[in-house]
Design a protein around this ligand. Structure first.
Ligand code: NAD
Length: 257
């Protein structure tokens, strides 16, 4: 596979790139910032996700796109709309122009972050402008998938990291290995159409339904429970809703990251 990644200098991309290269994939890396290092099989193109002509050139000849680029947490609605919603639309337009039909779209649990933490569904409600932006981007992906015959997967990533970072992540963790398995499943899923799945590992404590993921061929192997002894006790963050602290922090104000 010859695959383009947006947001290629970011945390998720940096974790999965070696694992995708190990599958024999060749990667075109797109970001506004250059990745720290390039491996054999990787090529960097400086490109903003809102720059349609740069995207179109970079997508020529690729088999699929992994869309990770954008803002990864709460910001003003103007920023979320500009980068995450319009940026996703620009990615979709460029894919259609370049004749690319497979997409992995990094959505977020915050798209449905106001769901109860113990029994969440894929339904809205969102918990923040960030969550609304992911939901709007998913809707945009649906339109392009249906209109242009794309096979597209939006993964509502829960909590990505090398290890689970806190008590919430014992339920929500997505390991680098499973993130790579999820991307590989998404880009080999034949669709056509738009599937929405949870981006989570096989955590003993996960309340997230594994069935949508299984339906596209995603079979996670890692379990945060193996790291439970390394995790600090729960802090002040409310854990009754899926989006945790996002549900109570002021709208539009950058928190945490
Ligand atoms: N890390 C998680 O736990 C998590 C959870 C849910 C969803 N996600 C989603 O996964 C994706 C990647 O997250 P991450 O943790 O790697 O974030 P990150 O901030 O580490 O990486 C995002 C990358 O996008 C790039 N970027 C930002 N604006 C851009 C623009 N206008 N044009 C081109 N590139 C731009 C940044 O330079 C950065 O390298 C994001 O879409 C995020 O919303 C991540």
């Amino acid at each position: 596979m010859h695959v383009a990644l947006t947001g290629a200098a970011g945390r998720v991309a940096s974790g999965i790139r070696p694992l995708l290269l190990a599958r024999g994939w060749e990667l075109v890396l797109l970001d506004v910032d250059a990745p720290a290092e390039l491996a054999s099989g990787e090529r960097f193109v400086a490109a903003d996700v809102r720059d349609g002509s740069a995207l179109r050139r970079a997508f020529a000849g690729v088999d699929g796109v992994v869309h990770l680029g954008g803002v990864p947490s709460e910001r003003s609605w103007d920023v979320i709309h500009d980068v995450n919603v319009l940026g996703t639309r620009a990615v979709l337009e460029a894919m259609v122009d370049a004749g690319v039909h497979r997409l992995f779209h990094a959505s977020s649990v915050h798209a449905s972050g106001f769901e109860p933490a113990d029994a969440p569904t894929l339904a809205a409600p969102s918990d923040s402008f960030y969550g609304v932006g992911k939901l709007a981007a998913e809707a945009m992906v649906s339109v392009y998938a249906d209109r242009f015959g794309l096979s597209a997967v939006s993964a509502r990533i829960a909590s990505y990291g090398p290890q689970p970072a806190n008590v919430r992540a014992l339920a929500m963790w997505l390991s680098p290995g499973d993130a790579a398995r999820l991307v590989a499943a998404a880009l080999t899923w034949d669709g056509p159409g738009h599937a929405v799945v949870w981006g989570v590992s096989a955590n003993t404590r996960s309340p997230l339904d594994p069935e949508p993921g299984r339906a596209i061929g995603y079979h996670p192997l890692d379990d945060a429970e193996a790291h439970a002894h390394t995790v600090a006790p729960a802090g002040e963050e409310p854990l009754d809703r899926l989006g945790a602290g996002f549900c109570v922090r002021p709208l539009g104000i950058r928190g945490g990251r």
